[in-house]
Write a protein that binds this ligand. Structure first.
Ligand SMILES: O=C(O)c1cc(=O)[nH]c(=O)n1[C@@H]1O[C@H](COP(=O)(O)O)[C@@H](O)[C@H]1O
Length: 231
């Protein structure tokens, strides 16, 4: 398992292989990892990882299925050597344990297993519509206990949940935080957002930033500015 020292993760959300390559080339000097998610993977398949220009890849597929199926998917992804891999914490302890056991078969090169808690696109109201009352913070803590106890290396959460997670679990778990918006940028579909500086001050290990970089006129400069703000 590797832990890149640079804390910016650029989300390369595109279905176009040449745009993905251009974006990766532009942001690579400024970030620790590139993230390939559902859009790139559904369009390009595992070959999406081949254009990562030697950058460690965060493969964000948010796996969520029965334990046997998730374990099989993790094993199938191991030859591509992603540095980080996401599963949904709400898949339950047996699913997370199965994912961890499958990841272990990758030996020392195994991916860091990150459990997605409550999507940053969900407000308290949207979360309650799914049947979960009490707000994101409470649910994130509940899922964090479950996921870390079942073998996840870290969590994906919103900025507002970092402090309670650090209080509960200390510095150990890797906290990866999307919903990052530099001042003045559009939140879009994200409900729980904060600035890069606020995320780092709260104790985030890695920040995931997509559209504020990929939607900028000059993605390299946008990535450089965020990297400078958190260094
Ligand atoms: O697992 C993730 O990376 C993730 C979890 C989450 O709760 N919220 C979230 O936005 N993400 C991902 O982080 C990226 C955020 O992109 P932007 O909103 O464009 O900055 C997207 O690729 C999402 O898929």
């Amino acid at each position: 398992m590797i832990r890149p020292p640079r804390r910016l993760i650029a989300a390369i959300d595109t279905a176009d292989p040449s745009r993905a390559r251009d974006l990766i080339r532009a942001v690579s000097p400024h970030c620790g990892l590139v993230k390939l998610g559902l859009e790139a993977f559904c369009a390009l398949g595992p070959a999406a990882l081949d254009d990562a220009e030697q950058k460690p890849v965060f493969l964000d597929l948010k796996l969520h299925d029965i334990p046997n199926t998730v374990a099989g998917a993790v094993r199938a992804l191991l030859p591509r050597q992603p540095a980080m891999l996401t599963i949904h914490a709400s898949g339950g302890a047996a699913m997370i344990e199965a994912a961890r056991n499958a990841a272990e078969t990758g030996g020392t090169a195994r991916p860091m297993l990150l459990a997605v808690t409550v999507l940053t696109s969900l407000s308290a109201e949207a979360l309650s519509e799914t049947g979960i009352a009490g707000g994101p913070r409470r649910q994130v803590l509940r899922l964090a206990h479950l996921a870390l106890g079942a073998g996840a290396d870290g969590l994906v959460c919103g900025v507002a949940e970092i402090a309670p997670l650090r209080d509960a679990f200390g510095a150990g778990p890797v906290l990866v935080v999307p919903g990052i918006r530099p001042l003045g940028s559009d939140a879009g579909d994200q409900a729980r957002v904060a600035t890069p500086e606020a995320a780092i001050a709260a104790g985030a290990d890695y920040l995931v930033v997509g559209r504020p970089i990929t939607g900028a006129a000059d993605p390299a400069s946008a990535a450089a500015a965020i990297a400078a703000a958190i260094t």
